[in-house]
Write a protein that binds this ligand. Structure first.
Ligand code: NAP
Length: 340
């Protein structure tokens, strides 16, 4: 059966996802789009054989033509669209963050728990990246013994002018927040954010940041968030365990040796580095919801926990010091299938 998808928000990642969803390997097509920028919606729909522009996200969710919804509008707009999908009983794939406040995420979790079935999946795509999956497999398989320390880096070549210091946490490091919970099977117990000397390449922006996480079992994690490195987009993760270490390999497909140097290409941006993860993420989502099964990927609960941790990190960034994390009670709907 073909899954007929509606997409709300057809900016950068909306168009990336549409490319995969329309006529994609999983048997889906895009039948409706909506965007605050009506001109952009029309341009995107014009390039798709079956898509209509609908005047609003609410009308898209309500449309009988739409089986399932992808929300790729800006974070602060996610909550009402996801709630409308739950009310309509339609599966919804919502890009990260699930919503931008703990309260909004809780509203979604409460609504889904009250509905009694999982409909929401959050776009934490690291879980679908083959390299990250291999990292998790090595840890889970005992290849390095019990994990002790984790060193991560999240480096962007550059960011748009409207990017703020808080976005380094709420939009960027939120990927590591979900990755660490998934990779280590542990909740994050506390966080501290440190601001080193500012890079002159970021103008007035406080860049980089160093984020320190304490996992519930005592594993310590450091994450460098740098968003103006200029040389490319780089994601690093090394886990140090009792009997060995495991790290993400260099993603360059080839290494060039010439004139006394060794070089490999660095991906330009997240689209290039994580292309395969988006392919797998959306194919698995389409396969699952088209078969009438609940989504198996990152849940609304995972979205809420990530937001609680991000809020604690922002508190540390603004006021300094270590902030302990207290999670709300987890509704039964989310236990125990979603890690941790
Ligand atoms: P973007 O390029 O700015 O696209 C967002 C689109 O949504 C724009 O066309 C925007 O229109 C539209 N929009 C804004 N408010 C809306 C509303 N209320 N209803 C419908 N459409 C609305 O942003 P993006 O970079 O694609 O990011 C979108 C989301 O994806 C964000 O939550 C972001 O964090 C997430 N993201 C995830 C990844 C990942 O790796 N998982 C990567 C990139 C982005 P205007 O331009 O007129 O405001």
């Amino acid at each position: 059966m073909t899954l007929d998808v509606g997409v709300i928000g057809v900016g950068m990642i909306g168009q990336e996802h549409i490319r995969r969803l329309d006529g994609g390997a999983g048997g889906s097509r895009v039948v409706a789009v909506a965007d605050a920028d009506a001109g952009r919606a029309t341009t995107v729909a014009d390039g798709l054989p079956a898509a209509k522009v609908l005047p609003s996200g609410e009308e898209l969710v309500a449309s009988d033509a739409v089986d399932a919804v992808v929300v790729t509008s800006w974070g602060p707009t996610h909550e009402p669209y996801v709630l409308a999908c739950i009310a309509a009983g339609k599966p919804v794939f919502c890009e990260k963050p699930l919503a931008t406040t703990e309260e909004a995420c809780r509203n979604i979790v409460d609504a889904e728990a009250a509905a009694g079935r999982r409909l929401v999946q959050v776009g934490f795509n690291r879980r679908y990246d083959p390299a990250h999956r291999a990292l998790k497999q090595a840890v889970d398989g005992g290849a390095i013994g019990a994990p002790l320390l984790v060193h991560c880096a999240h480096r962007n070549a550059s960011v748009p002018a409207h990017y703020t210091r808080d976005m380094s946490i709420a939009d960027t490091a939120i990927h590591e927040i979900d990755e660490l919970r998934w990779l280590l099977g542990q909740e994050i117990a506390a966080v501290q954010v440190l601001a080193p000397r500012r890079s002159s390449r970021g103008g007035e922006l406080q860049d980089p940041l160093l984020v320190l996480f304490e996992m519930a079992d005592g594993v310590l994690v450091d994450v460098e968030v740098s968003v103006n490195v200029h040389y490319g987009y780089e994601i690093r993760c090394e886990i140090s365990g009792e009997t060995g270490t495991v790290e993400l390999a260099d993603p360059a497909p080839v290494t060039i040796r010439r004139e006394g140097t060794v070089a490999g290409l660095v991906p330009g941006d997240w689209r290039e580095r994580f292309a395969l993860s988006y392919d797998i993420e959306l194919r698995e989502w389409v396969d699952t919801v088209a078969a009438g099964r609940p989504p198996q990927g990152p849940s609304a609960w995972d979205g809420l926990v990530a937001q609680v941790v991000a809020d604690a990190a922002l508190q540390s960034l603004h006021s300094g010091g270590r902030v302990a994390i207290e999670l709300p009670p987890r509704p039964g709907l989310y236990a125990p299938a979603t890690a941790p």
